[in-house]
Design a protein around this ligand. Sequence first.
Ligand code: NG6
Ligand code: CA
Length: 511
Amino acid sequence: KRLVMNKGLLAFALVTLSYAVSAQPVKKGTQKSPNVIYIYADDLGYGDLSSYSATGIHTPNLDKLAASGIRFTNGHCTSATCTPSRYALMTGKYPWRKKGTGILPGDAALIIPTDKTTLPKLFKQSGYHTAIVGKWHLGLGEAVAKDWNGEVKPGPNEVGFDYSFIFPATADRVPTVFLENHQVVALEAKDPISVDYKNKVGDDPTGKDHPELLKLQSSPGQGHNQTIVNGIGRIGYMSGGKLARWTDEELSPTFLAKAEDFIRENQHHPFFLYYALTEPHVPRMPATRFKGKSGLGLRGDAILQLDWAVGEILNQLKLLGIEKNTLVVFSSDNGPVLDDGYEDEAVERFKGHAPAGILRGGKYSVLEGGTRVPFIASWPGTIKPQVSPALVSQIDLLSSFSKLLNRPIPQGDATDSENVLDALLGKSQKGRSVLIEQGITELAIVKDGWKYITPNNGEAYMPLVGIETGNLPEPQLYNLNVDAAEKNNLAAKYPEKVKELAGLLDAAKQK
Ligand code: NG6
Ligand code: CA
């Protein structure tokens, strides 16, 4: 009798065990709710990765990511500078529709509406855990005047991120501190922070008065000579917060550690991570072990550091066994620039490296070099490796992920975002057919490969940064299908095409 009972128990135990085993690995909605990591480089150009034509610099981790998924050859940010591109990414609206979306100072108020659909909110409402780690540059608080020593909000947490670990603006703008959720990290009550973009505050030395204290000189005529932090002159003045100020060499390792923590803590739950790196934006001051490594000056070294950080994230996904359940998208917020304010030898040591590849222009340009950037999507096991010519823009991530998550966007929100999910998953090589590109002053419109740049009187060349803007007083028309380098202006030859595109751009502006 005892034996029978034991057999019964054993059977019960086996059934329970097999139930437990079969129940455990079935992660809720494995295919429908992949983790999504959006990795955003800052000022990385179309030609800066070896998978995108660079020969003088090697980026093995990003190349591996590209080879494992889709390498887009016509992927775009909306704008040739940072703030507007990030605004579009968050809201699915073209930034030029709204005033105040240009490059923001470090003390600007939040410009993302808190009551509208945003990219992180879409995920959050779908049950994801959401986080941003890295550069923000979309403003903080209700107003310019704010207390950095209290709770600084609204900010990323109010527009959809459960967790945020950011720096407020750019690496070259004060305050040079991290914020975790609403608080400045490592701030001491006895040493409060003040920030001012008009008048000097406190008695910290400035780059202007004390160039002898600098480890990186600012380029003549380009500012970057106000408060000195870590031997680097910044844009803007700050005082206090001595313990809280970052060391530039630690920026990337710090962001990486925070991103890894978030991934580890959420490995059993769908998550969305916006990992916004600072490389290769100025000041380029990578960790000491990367200095001198590229032979191209600090800009090249910063790109090697960027590639390393991406590699660490990819390794972690593998180690945790979640790489097949994670869609990684990589891109950049605007085109490249060599001298953007510091004498870091990017120009002297570029050794023929073409940061925008075959494209004309770079950061600030309405030419392709301004907004056509590296764009990679990888989801091992789901996306078939390929090179795709589909026209895709970061502004489309909102609508595309709304489709992926099967979560419609309320009317009136994200109205410039198009669903290009099939292109992002490699099921189609066709993306959008029309795209509006924003340079520092002008707009251009692309339709089925034909690009029209509005005539304007802005400067054609920015001598300090050495970049062609694409501004000309006469209309420009390029056939990007055969002339991605924008060498042949066909406006005089095809006046009808010019008219059609100019009309289309006007209509889009009215929308
Ligand atoms: C410019 C800065 C440049 C960089 C840029 C913002 C000057 C002369 N130049 O105004 O150094 O900070 O703003 O770059 O101040 S972005 O990638 O964040 O848009
Ligand atoms: Ca940028």
